[in-house]
Design a protein around this ligand. Structure first.
Ligand SMILES: CC(C)=CCC/C(C)=C/CC/C(C)=C/CC/C(C)=C/CC/C(C)=C/CC/C(C)=C/CC/C(C)=C/COP(=O)(O)OP(=O)(O)O
Ligand SMILES: O=P(O)(O)OC[C@@H](O)CO
Ligand SMILES: [Mg+2]
Length: 229
């Protein structure tokens, strides 16, 4: 199922972290809608290829969230291209993308690419530091970024990224109320079924990352928590 509009839940696996074959089987057979492979640091073509090959043993859709040009690997079902709308450094919004398209444009199958308008909301996370994101935002600021993603740039996905910390469900609800076409991804700090259910009331897709590595049993419960709304 490669249509993100039909997704409710995804696990994000970090190629820079170890996962045992048993744990990976549980994640891939959990009923989640997709596995997204991505991370901020230590992402290389070797560890991406290795993890993709392992996930490919299962039927679950597998997407790469591009964090650097060097690790883009053929063979994924989809490619997510983040563009960090609240970065103070234009490279993370369009600069690196320009370089990539200039160099490799002819190779790109645009039907496989999904642009994500990112709004990073946890100032302490690695992605915020890397991209120099301005995370000192009011609810109205976040809504404005969501509207820019949908109405100005017609981005298919708006991603509220609280990586490593649980976000504010009221802001997620307010953003969702503004969006008509763009799919709302929520990710960050989900470690229990209750949290997944709460964010899943507002966000279209709930993404669970670190909990896979920290408490797999609880992480697995987030799938049904989001799907049985
Ligand atoms: C199929 C094939 C081979 C085709 C090639 C065609 C091609 C070259 C296409 C390129 C298209 C394109 C436009 C690419 C853009 C390139 C690029 C480098 C864009 C920048 C992406 C970006 C803004 C990255 C910033 C970092 C970011 C937002 C990462 C997201 C992931 C994230 C936040 C993970 C959570 O962090 P984590 O690492 O887990 O943190 P902890 O360890 O603390 O948990
Ligand atoms: O790792 P966590 O905090 O679950 O966040 C998931 C995802 O949004 C990270 O990009
Ligand atoms: Mg992580």
């Amino acid at each position: 199922m490669y249509d993100v509009k039909k997704w409710r839940h995804a696990f994000k696996l970090d190629p820079n972290k170890e996962i045992s074959p048993e744990a990976l089987e549980k994640v891939c057979e959990s009923g989640t809608d997709a596995i997204i492979i991505g991370g901020t640091d230590g992402v290389t073509s070797d560890n991406v290829l290795d993890l993709m090959a392992r996930v490919r043993r299962y039927t679950v859709p597998c997407a790469l969230e591009v964090s650097n040009i060097e690790s883009i690997t053929p063979g994924f079902d989809l490619y997510f291209i983040p563009s960090v709308l609240n970065s103070r450094d234009f490279r993370w919004m369009s600069g690196l993308h320009h370089e990539a398209v200039k160099e490799y444009g002819i190779l790109i199958d645009w039907d496989e690419m999904i642009v994500e308008g990112y709004c990073i909301l946890n100032g302490d996370c690695k992605a915020a530091k890397l991209t120099d994101a301005n995370t000192d935002l009011t609810e109205d600021d976040v809504i404005a970024y969501a509207m820019m993603a949908e109405k100005m740039f017609r981005m298919p996905v708006f991603y509220m990224e609280y990586s490593g910390t649980y976000g504010d469900p009221d802001i997620v609800r307010s953003v969702k109320e503004e969006l008509e076409k763009t799919t709302l991804f929520y990710g960050g700090g989900i470690s229990t079924a209750g949290q997944a259910k709460e964010m899943g009331k507002h966000a279209d897709v709930v993404i669970v990352g670190n909990a896979v590595y920290e408490n797999l049993g609880e992480a697995l419960k987030t799938v049904q928590a989001v799907k049985n709304r």
